[in-house]
Design a protein around this ligand. Structure first.
Ligand code: ADP
Ligand code: MG
Length: 350
């Protein structure tokens, strides 16, 4: 998987650091008026006039955050860019510039980095973000990627996590749990392959959940849609660690409780089918799976009419006073306290 075109292997050392940077970044063109200086100096120069600048960073470590056994390099590049964009979107802002720090061992040929940059380029093109800089170093083992994205928003448009109000409605975009089911599927096929390298992966019919795991998209469309109908969320966060963890962030930071209704949580039919195959509850994948990169946000009750029929948005509950706790109302009756089990816990249970 590391060498994308078998037979062709250009050693990193043949280009040298500056040659490599030029090679990887030459074909990126800056198009944002705010990018005054991108790659090529000691620092990028960005001008947002009197708007605020949003900045977010992610650090990704091979073997911890991604597994090259089933993550094609192009997807890795695409995903590490788009999940960063999602952080800006979750502030109700627009991503503008991207910075890519890369630390790589000589186990990787130049062609591998080209693949990663192909994915980054696709993401930058799709979301109109300029690659404006980065850093390149060698590593002893493995691949590290550190991405920083800047974005812009009018000061009055920025939406924080800690500003939900009692009785606000809780909304999510898209569907949840699908990225986690995609991951389970990829891990299962990896095990099958390791046991018998002759086996072909059996991934047919699961395109949607695989795509959700390998190629997440930030919901720039939703923040546009909400602007169009004149609704500003009262609080917002993107769903990277699972609904439970994100709901708790909004509740704790806003000093409130909430009720989420299990039957309102949007699940794709393929997520349900895959969950059945893996013998887990689909709602568990939604609550604790993560990596869906959908938006979780709250709105004032008065905006209910404007939001209730919007495509891609589901109302799943409401905020309560803090003393009422943070609860999921399950389909068969009992209230379950929402805890942030998250990703790591789930993995331990498997
Ligand atoms: P410095 O020595 O000041 O750190 P570098 O030689 O590392 O500068 O980088 C030169 C230019 O190339 C800078 O504009 C930097 O932001 C950019 N750059 C370096 N590595 C990368 C990378 N992996 N991706 C994108 N841009 C990069
Ligand atoms: Mg440098």
């Amino acid at each position: 998987m590391i060498d994308p075109t078998p037979g062709k292997r250009t050693e990193l050392s043949s280009l040298g650091e500056f040659g490599l940077i030029k090679h990887l970044t030459d074909s990126f063109v800056c198009e944002q008026p705010s990018t005054i200086k991108g790659i090529g100096d000691d620092a990028a120069v960005i001008d947002y006039g009197d708007k605020v600048t949003l900045v977010s960073t992610d650090l990704l470590v091979e073997g911890v955050h991604f597994d090259l056994a089933y993550m094609p390099l192009r997807h890795l590049g695409y995903k590490c860019a788009t999940v960063n964009f999602s952080d800006i979107v979750a502030m109700n802002g627009t991503p503008r510039q991207l910075f890519v720090g890369i630390s790589v061992s000589n186990r990787f040929p130049v062609e591998a980095l080209e693949e990663i940059y192909e994915g980054i380029k696709l993401a930058c093109k799709r979301y109109k973000v300029d690659l404006a800089g980065g850093d390149t170093t060698s590593s002893v083992h493995g691949l590290f990627l550190s991405l920083t994205v800047t974005g812009e928003a009018a000061k009055e448009d920025v939406v924080y996590r800690n500003t939900a109000k009692e009785n606000d409605l809780i909304c999510v975009t898209g569907d949840l749990g699908s990225a986690y089911m995609g991951l389970l599927l990829l891990e299962r096929e990896k095990k099958v392959f390791e046991a018998d390298p002759g086996m072909q992966p059996d991934l047919a019919g699961f395109d949607y959940i695989l795509e959700r795991q390998l190629k997440p998209e930030p919901r720039t469309d939703i923040i546009e849609l909400l602007k169009t109908v004149g609704v500003k969320p009262t609080a917002m966060i993107d769903i990277s660690d699972g609904l439970a963890s994100e709901v708790l962030h909004i509740c704790e930071d806003s000093g409130l409780g909430c009720r989420i209704f299990e039957d309102k949580i949007p699940l794709d039919a393929m997520t349900i089918a895959a969950a059945e195959e893996f013998n887990i509850q689909p709602v568990t994948a939604a609550m604790n799976g993560g990596e869906d990169y959908e938006l979780l946000f709250t709105i004032n009750m008065n905006d209910f009419e404007k939001v209730k029929d919007l495509e891609g948005i589901n109302i799943i509950g409401h905020m309560t006073e803090a003393n009422s706790g943070v609860y999921l109302a399950t389909n068969n009756g009992p209230l379950i306290q929402i805890e942030a089990l998250g990703w790591n816990h789930m993995r331990e249970e498997e």
